[in-house]
Design a protein around this ligand. Structure first.
Ligand code: GDP
Ligand code: CA
Length: 319
């Protein structure tokens, strides 16, 4: 079975761990969000790709959910000693090795997809990890700063400003001319099923779908497309999607997110059991919907979620 998964960082990576255990013989291709990517201290950082790679490769800081296990911060302290900016983004010593090698390869002209392959050769995540695009795309948030509007990189909004300033717009700089990375459209065309991880719909799955050609390929694909709600009980499980969903006109609810993706894209949708009352609202739009537990408390719970998604895909495929 060939499965394509659209994934952001922490939510996507944890889900993928469950999926790998649920269907160990499947060939899984992950299309990762690169809208979060940022250049700091001259180094190119790809937070979502790295979170997937470290989580599945056994290098993740488990409690934190991002960054390396056994991390130290000597380089960051030395940079701070020079007053080097910015200081709001935590870059550990072990993690820096990834960014140094990536930046070195990119500077030599290697596309991001090939760089990601090279990094994954060490981590062996058990999936094929593809960036959504090799072209630079930057998710930017326009915020209210007093009575001024200011555009900041998504990382600055989230990591430095903790999503406190009021967001007024989200923009994907560079998206119009971005091309799907090599392998992305073929993986979609050859997939037996496509899953949307319970990742942030605005700044994780949204940018992937916005790369010209990707959403159309999913709509055209014969494979069923099934998503899992990142919204449980009308709230985010973690993160700031509730602050950003209004910007794209989507209510913070499990059904709202499904209808936002829309029935032309989605064949199936899973909501948490606490949201069972929303199943009909999704189903009337033509999206098959089931309510199952969707909290990734531990690996068995996550495996069950992944299995439910694969099962639902099987049902919509024969329907
Ligand atoms: P990020 O790039 O690190 O922010 O990670 P993702 O975009 O992949 O995932 C963030 C989303 O995962 C948030 O919107 C959360 O609500 C969602 N999420 C986190 N943990 C869980 C969980 O246990 N269950 C569900 N259903 N969603 C979750
Ligand atoms: Ca992210």
């Amino acid at each position: 079975m060939r499965i394509v998964v659209l994934s952001g960082g922490i939510g996507g990576a944890r889900f993928l761990r469950g999926l790998l255990a649920a269907v160990p013989t499947a060939e899984i291709t992950v299309i990762g969000n690169t809208g979060d990517d940022i250049t700091l201290h001259g180094l190119r950082i790809c937070p979502d790709l790295d979170t997937v790679m470290y989580t599945l490769g056994g290098g993740i800081h488990e409690e934190q959910g991002w960054g390396r296990s056994g991390e130290t911060y000597a380089v960051a302290e030395e940079l701070a000693g020079y007053g080097a900016q910015p200081q709001w983004f935590g870059l550990g010593d072990r993690d820096l090795a990834t960014h140094i090698l990536r930046s070195q390869l990119l500077a030599a002209g290697t596309p991001l997809s090939a760089v990601t392959d090279r990094l994954c050769a060490r981590w062996r995540p058990g999936v094929r990890l593809l960036p959504m695009t090799d072209d630079p795309v930057e998710t930017r948030i326009t915020i209210k700063d007093g009575d001024q509007l200011r555009s900041v990189h998504f990382q600055e909004y989230w990591v430095r400003l903790h999503a406190k300033p009021e967001p007024v717009a989200v923009e994907l700089a560079g998206i119009a001319t971005a091309k799907p990375a090599p392998g992305v459209l073929t993986a979609i065309a050859e997939a037996d099923l496509v899953l949307l991880a319970p990742s942030n719909p605005v700044v994780s799955v949204g940018p992937i779908l916005a790369v010209p050609g990707i959403r159309a390929a999913l709509v055209d694909s014969a494979a069923p497309v099934v998503g899992l709600s990142p919204i449980v009980g009308g709230a985010v499980v973690r993160g700031m999607a509730d602050k950003l969903l209004p910007l794209i006109g989507v209510p913070t609810s499990a059904s709202g997110v499904a209808l936002g993706y829309g029935p032309e894209l989605l064949d199936g949708w899973l909501v948490d059991t606490v949201d069972a009352a929303e199943v009909d609202q999704v189903a009337v739009s033509g999206i098959e919907c089931r309510a199952v537990p969707l909290l990734m408390r531990d690996l068995p719970a996550t495996v069950a979620m992944a299995q439910a998604a694969v099962d639902l895909a099987g049902q919509v495929a024969v329907a």
